[in-house]
Write a protein that binds this ligand. Structure first.
Ligand code: APR
Length: 254
């Protein structure tokens, strides 16, 4: 165990004494939780942003300027969803949910691996790959049939004259989803746990400070020290799929 600034960094074998039963727990996940399933993160070596410029594929301006490029980028990621499986970190988080009465899972991830790992209530603050959004009405539809996954545009079922659909993704410059509900949970939590996020993207990266301001104990599980590491009370460095199952077991001890 080593002390870095104001937080404690745990290295295996670690000792954890928190009992989370009866407490309000919020978990916020990022791309790192899906890394061991084979889904690329954004900012690691060979991450998505090493091969693509954010401005070219993840902004409303990019969709305006070159929708075909943006569409192909997200279609490739939508197709990949059919090839990957949840890993033991997703399952451990689902176990935490199933054992606690007051639990909220917020994810920045647009995949459905938390749901397939057993989580029943997942707040996708950056949208979802499985759904598409009508450009005219903004209604979303679950569209994962084979026909929906090729590189041709998809058209909605909600309008009389079907309109083109866009990825149901929160792009840079757009408002994240369900923020009111998220802040309500964070502002009343006893434990705030972040798994697999580099802390670069706000407002997600700032939620640890909101949790701290209401006296919550803040915990990070991440492969390496993130940019906002010093905001956490307790840090566990390593692969989430390897260390989270044991942590969850400890947190749920009676
Ligand atoms: N276990 C735990 N953490 C891991 C693992 C793993 N197996 N593999 C990688 N990580 C960590 C990395 O060390 C990194 O700190 O996960 C973090 C992933 O960071 P990012 O790629 O920046 O992903 P994220 O924080 O989720 O990005 C936030 O940025 O581009 C946007 O909208 C996109 O939702 C995304 C947002």
């Amino acid at each position: 165990m080593t002390g870095i600034q104001n937080c404690i960094v745990f290295e295996p074998p670690f000792v954890v004494t928190h009992i989370m039963r009866g407490k309000n727990v919020v978990v916020l996940t990022g791309a790192g939780v899906s890394a061991e399933s084979g889904v690329k993160t954004f900012r690691d070596n060979d991450g998505l942003w090493e091969n693509h410029r954010i401005e070219d594929v993840a902004t409303p301006q990019a969709w305006q300027a070159d929708p075909k490029l943006v569409w192909k980028f997200y279609q490739a990621r939508r197709r990949q969803m059919n090839e990957v499986e949840p890993n033991s970190a997703h399952v451990a988080i689902a176990k935490l949910e199933s054992e606690l009465d007051n639990f909220t899972l917020v994810t920045q991830n647009v995949d459905d691996l938390h749901e397939r790992g057993g989580s029943s209530l997942v707040i996708h603050m950056h949208g979802r790959l499985q759904t598409l959004r009508c450009e005219k009405t903004e209604q979303t539809e679950h569209r994962m049939a084979d026909d929906d996954l090729n590189d041709d545009y998809a058209y909605c079922n909600c309008c009389v004259n079907a309109h083109r659909m866009r990825p149901d993704i929160v792009w840079f410059g757009e408002m994240p989803m369900e923020m009111e509900e998220i802040y309500e949970s964070v502002e009343s939590c006893d434990f705030f746990i972040v798994v697999g996020s580099s802390g670069h993207v706000y407002p997600a990266a700032g939620m640890v400070n909101v949790a701290k301001s209401v006296g919550a104990h803040t915990i990070l599980v991440n492969y390496e020290m993130p940019i906002n590491g010093s905001d956490f009370d307790e840090i566990h460095l390593g692969k989430a799929g390897e260390i989270l199952p044991k942590l969850v077991e400890d947190w749920l001890m009676r």
